[in-house]
Design a protein. Structure first.
Length: 189
């Protein structure tokens, strides 16, 4: 199926599929678009304003991934319990990435503080998740992924630098066990 654009019969592009031919009188002008043609095209089509808004809104909002660890830590104290779960997991993941980069760079001493945050905020996420009885599955999945990343870091380290990472892995595995125990209690059928 194609639209007739100009004097040629061409297949519809993704942009042209959004707007039926009868709704936009200026589609034939798009064969060789100029700024004036595009401007008149956008303002003559009824769906173009909605399309422009949909494209502009994501750029205007600041996503949670753009927030720093300190900003996220400040949000933990004012958030609701179910929201605290997501915030704590985000902090733990960001700190894990920082710790991993520091370990890979050989900066063992500075990698300890973010590693401590990984464990602490993972445990907080577990506690908030069990308390609210929400987001347990996603929290467990995130903690499992963090454990896997720490295992990869563990293999890069020398024998003398492994104990703090091994301790963090065992504590994260305990977090996972607690989450799985709360999701699937023993003896309940």
């Amino acid at each position: 199926m194609g639209f007739e654009v100009g004097s040629r019969n061409t297949k519809a592009s993704a942009f042209e599929c959004l707007l039926p031919l009868e709704d936009c009188n200026s589609l034939p002008q798009l064969v060789h678009p100029t700024a004036k043609n595009l401007r008149s095209f956008f303002f003559s089509c009824p769906y173009s304003v909605a399309l422009l808004l949909l494209l502009a809104i994501p750029g205007l909002t600041k996503s949670r991934d753009d927030l720093s660890v300190d900003q996220l830590k400040a949000r933990v104290s004012v958030a609701s319990v179910p929201d605290k779960v997501h915030i704590c997991v985000q902090i733990a993941e960001k700190q894990l990435d920082l710790s991993k980069k520091l370990y890979e760079a050989g900066d063992i001493a500075n990698a300890q503080a973010p590693l401590t945050d990984v464990v602490a905020f993972s445990e907080l996420a577990r506690d908030y998740s069990i308390q609210s009885n929400k987001h347990q599955k996603q929290t467990e999945i995130s903690v499992r992924a963090m454990t896997r990343k720490l295992n990869n870091v563990l293999h890069l380290l020398g024998k003398e630098d492994q104990p703090p990472v091994q301790d963090a892995i065992s504590r994260l595995e305990r977090v996972r066990d607690d989450l799985l125990g709360s999701m699937f209690p023993k003896g309940v059928k």
